[in-house]
Design a protein around this ligand. Sequence first.
Ligand code: 6PG
Length: 252
Amino acid sequence: MREIKHPHAELQVYRDIPTLSRAVADEFIRVGRAALARRGGYAVALAGGSTPRASYALLAQDERGKGTGLAWDKVEVFFGDERPVPPEHLESNFRMAQEALLSHVMVKPERVHRIRGELEATPAAAEYESAIKTTLVNSVRDIPSFDLILLGMGPDGHTASLFPGSPALQETTRLVCANWVEKLGTSRITFTFPLLNAAAQVLFIVAGADKADMLRRVLKGEPSGATYPAQKVQPTTGRLLWMLDEAAAQQL
Ligand code: 6PG
């Protein structure tokens, strides 16, 4: 692993996706063990999409083997965003995490907080925000603070379901909201920047050459001054860690 210096973030670069995925799983365990030792709980928000799946599968494999040392019954699992689909749908972020990880570890079902994507987006977002407020014990400037939020980044610079030009980019009060995504022609439910930036640690997992150009724009800035959603994830007091593979980092 090599590190790249950056004024506002820690950048770690791994030679390939398997090595990156292992490192992400190890970081998930490290943060969890520390949180559980500190306060007997671990509040984590999982990323959707496809990149994190390998890390989730490694955590499940670890648990079946030597163990992760995580008290899964004390882990509160949330999701940074969800598509407008039911949990059994192939596009469901919940389904992906359930298949790769959650069905293989002793997490308590009542502590897996699913975004009800099958409902109308606005009430589902409000319901989810309430669940976060009643479940999380830590806060930063009165905003609930996750021990760890995992995020991915799209080639357009979106993260969670905060897409370029979408209304939720301007949200400063709500912690979770329905967000109309023009290019997808649908609403999604997503964490907002206030919630993301209250986290004790945010971990971006980005892999693949198709992300390289946007990663350079996000991490090194655009001469035009244009900004992208992923750039607005700047934890108020927390740690910002980007874990990349060489393909994604090739323009840094
Ligand atoms: C989603 C994710 C989204 C994802 C990025 C990267 O619901 O799709 O929340 O933000 O993290 O699109 O996805 P990949 O990891 O599949 O490239």
